[in-house]
Each structure stands twice: as C-alpha cells, then as structure tokens.
Write a protein that binds this ligand. Sequence first.
Ligand code: COA
Length: 169
Amino acid sequence: MLLRNVEHVDVDAYVRMRCDPVMMAELGGPLPREGMEAKVHRDVQRAAAGTDWTKMIVPDEAEPDVVAGTVTLWPHDADGERISEIGWMVLPEFQGRGLGKQGVRTLLELARDDSRWGLIHAFPATTNAPSNGICRTLGFRLLGEQDVTFAGRVLRTNHWAIDPRVDLI
Ligand SMILES: CC(C)(COP(=O)(O)OP(=O)(O)OC[C@H]1O[C@@H](n2cnc3c(N)ncnc32)[C@H](O)[C@@H]1OP(=O)(O)O)[C@@H](O)C(=O)NCCC(=O)NCCS
C-alpha cells in the first residue's frame, strides 16, 4: 500500500465514493454528481499548495492508477477554533482488508513528522463500526459524542483526537 496525492484522473473514484448511497450511508446520504469535478479540482490545488493532504490509497504500487480509497488531513475552523481533521473512505471491493487503517496510520506517521498539525480530530458517526475501530486501535482518545454538520446534514458522531507524536500505536 502507498499513498499518493489526489490527481484529476481520480474523478471516477470520487464519484464512486461520494455519490453512492451505500458508501455515504454513515455520512448523511449521497452527494450530487455534478459537484465532483470541482471538488477534485479544489483538492488537487490544495494538495499541490500543501495546505490539505488529500491522498489516494493505492493498494499495489505496480498499478498506481488503481485506487482503493482516500485519506485526507485538513485544517479548518470549528466553533471559532482552528483544528486539524482527518477523514477516510475505502471502496466496497477493497473494504475489510486493513487498507483503511493502514492508510490512516501512514498519514498520521507523516503528520507526526510535521509540527503544524498538532492534535488531529476525527468525527465518525457513532454507528460507523469500522471507522470507530480504526480510531480506537490506532490510539485516538474518545472525547465524547458531538453533532457535526457535514455537507449540510447534521450527523451524530464520536469525537476522537490523537497527538500522533505521542499516541500513535
Ligand atoms: C470505514 C471504512 C473506511 C473502513 O475501511 P476498511 O479498509 O474496510 O477498514 P479496515 O479493513 O482497515 O478495518 C478497520 C477496522 O474496523 C474493523 N471492521 C472492518 N469492517 C467492520 C465492520 N463491518 N464492522 C465492525 N468492524 C469492522 C476491522 O476489523 C478493523 O479493526 P481491527 O484492526 O481491530 O481488526 C470503509 O468501510 C468505508 O469507506 N465506508 C464507507 C465510507 C465511510 O463510512 N467513511 C468513513 C467516514 S468517518
């Protein structure tokens, strides 16, 4: 497994991840197809600028165009405070092989070596068993439940946080 920056060729993977009702079941339902080129373009630009780390999970480095999913670390404002947040998605045919967890661990290792990220937060839905499993087993600490607005929908989430310099297992 390796992580590479998102590229414009990844629109199809974004559509399969973000516009699919099963993939988005724990994220409030599918997003509209028409916004995906713009979303990829924005993510490519931010990855190139280094402000956001949007990485595609590549299971086999011999086939860099075959992507299993994505893991993203980005800064944003939450209740007036600047925080770092991490999120992830793995396509159905690649799920259950440890790729999600390995991708998240790899990005946290990169963040550990870059002082700007500080404490890293994650907000999986309380009902999202594999995502909460990823947080628990990598060393995130559970801070409590929290309502989070994602793409205009309010989700009941578990608020997890990790300092990868000291907590990462
Ligand atoms: C959540 C998601 C990324 C998990 O990816 P994955 O590659 O299948 O996960 P992994 O194989 O790395 O497994 C992660 C952990 O969850 C556990 N797990 C996997 N599937 C599970 C399931 N259906 N129920 C309970 N636990 C599960 C694994 O056993 C593993 O824990 P372990 O290391 O203690 O064994 C993937 O299911 C997904 O993209 N779902 C749809 C989108 C989504 O919900 N994104 C996350 C938003 S926070």
